[in-house]
Design a protein around this ligand. Structure first.
Ligand code: XIL
Length: 387
């Protein structure tokens, strides 16, 4: 048995080694054998387009630059890319008034040159407020910090960005009646920060689609029921004040540990959104697995089934405009196994066969399409038939 320290070292070394080796093409993955056979047929972006939608994925500038096979996969499959990190405030302005746009510029340029759109994620998010801004907003609330950030990024990328996640994850049920998260913006400006951010964003992106993006809206568990309710309340309130809000992003980080997709509640939620005249984008689709010890076939089947169950419900809504997955390949998934999970699976996998990765994205770690890919393709194709 490994102690925790050993597991940590082993896992992080293994991850680095695996990642480097995969990029260099020196490691063969057992998973390839179980992948859906080499892909034939139209790409996801073509299937999406036929149904009037876009298909995209979150990417980093680094992966696009350093990993040419990944980059090709993105260009083949995607009509949109979402910067996973590079547009967030913490990335753009890590030090006050010192803008770092190189990574975001790279992503925007790849999009321009190849005719893709960029999904503008995400302006105000508690998870990426620069430290200086947390401190200064705490000391003396000054909206100019936010205006400067918006004015630095929105016009610069306005030619390729159509949708902007102006506010990301504003809700945290269980603390306040309105369900708003006590982030740096709420503390500094009160609940009106959301309205203010949307109005400010409109000044810098007159033709952009201004969105609020939220997670945890899919399952039949109390906190997600609360979030669906609070989200609708928030949206209704903003619309009643004629705040420029064009649509909502559903992150859709699906999770096989959370029980069943609550199809009925999602349908009702989407109907209300349609009635309010808003558009919907699935912004961060991926699937967190529950049982890493099962066979790859079972794991990939479970991930694909969950994806299909969710997309069948959401793609029924005429409000939906596109789908992005949070990464395209398991090679770059943000869903790493936690230390506890790794410890509990010690000995389950052969060293570098990649089975220790979460398999919740359309392509596996060697960029072979999995059953999740087929599930996305099939639900997109069905939408086309339904139109
Ligand atoms: C995550 C990225 O994937 C990580 O690489 C980064 O370190 C933290 O942010 N919801 C969101 C995304 O809206 O911005 C988050 O992205 C994942 C959860």
């Amino acid at each position: 048995m490994c102690d925790v320290q050993a597991v940590r070292l082993r896992s992080s070394n293994e991850w680095r080694y695996t990642r480097r080796a995969v990029i260099a093409g020196t490691v063969g993955f057992a998973s390839a054998a179980l992948s859906v056979q080499a892909k034939a047929g139209p790409s996801l972006k073509v299937l999406a387009e036929q149904g009037g939608l876009f298909f995209g994925a979150a990417v980093t500038a680094e992966a696009l630059r350093l990993d040419s096979s990944f980059r090709s996969a993105v260009l083949n499959e995607c009509s949109s890319v979402t910067p996973e990190i590079s547009l967030k405030w913490g990335a753009v302005e890590p030090l006050h008034a010192r803008l770092e746009m190189a990574a975001m510029d790279e992503i925007a340029e790849v999009a321009r040159v190849n005719g893709l759109r960029v999904y503008g994620h995400a302006l105000l998010w508690h998870g990426s407020v620069p430290q200086w801004a947390e401190a200064m907003l705490g000391d003396s609330p000054d909206w100019r910090y936010i205006r400067n950030y918006f004015s630095s990024v929105m016009p610069r990328y306005g030619d390729v960005v159509r949708y902007w996640d102006v506010v990301n994850e504003p809700l945290e049920p269980g603390h306040r009646d309105d369900g708003l998260r006590a982030n740096a913006f709420l503390r500094a400006f009160g609940p009106v920060y959301i309205e203010r951010a949307m109005r400010e964003a409109r000044l810098f992106a007159p033709d952009g689609k201004l969105m609020i993006n939220e997670y945890g809206l899919e399952y039949d568990i109390p906190v997600e029921g609360d979030r669906r309710y609070l989200f609708l309340k928030l949206i209704e309130d903003l619309k009643s004040k004629s705040v420029p809000l064009d649509g909502i992003g559903l992150q859709a980080h699906l999770d096989l540990r959370k029980g069943k997709i609550f199809a009925k509640a999602i349908r009702e939620f989407l109907r209300e959104i349609e009635e309010l005249g808003l558009v919907v984008v699935v912004t961060e689709l991926d699937v967190k697995e529950a049982d890493y010890a099962a066979s790859l076939e079972r794991r990939d089947g479970a991930v694909a089934d969950e994806t299909r169950r969710y997309l069948e419900v959401v793609l029924d809504s005429p409000a939906v405009r596109g789908i992005s997955t949070w990464g395209l390949s398991d090679r770059y998934s943000w869903l790493r196994l936690t230390e506890d999970e790794l410890a509990s699976y010690t000995g389950t996998w052969n060293h570098e066969d990649g089975q220790g990765l979460n398999r919740g994205l359309p392509l596996d770690a060697i960029l072979a399409p999995k059953r999740m890919y087929a599930a996305v393709a099939r639900t997109l194709a069905r939408r086309d038939l339904g139109r």
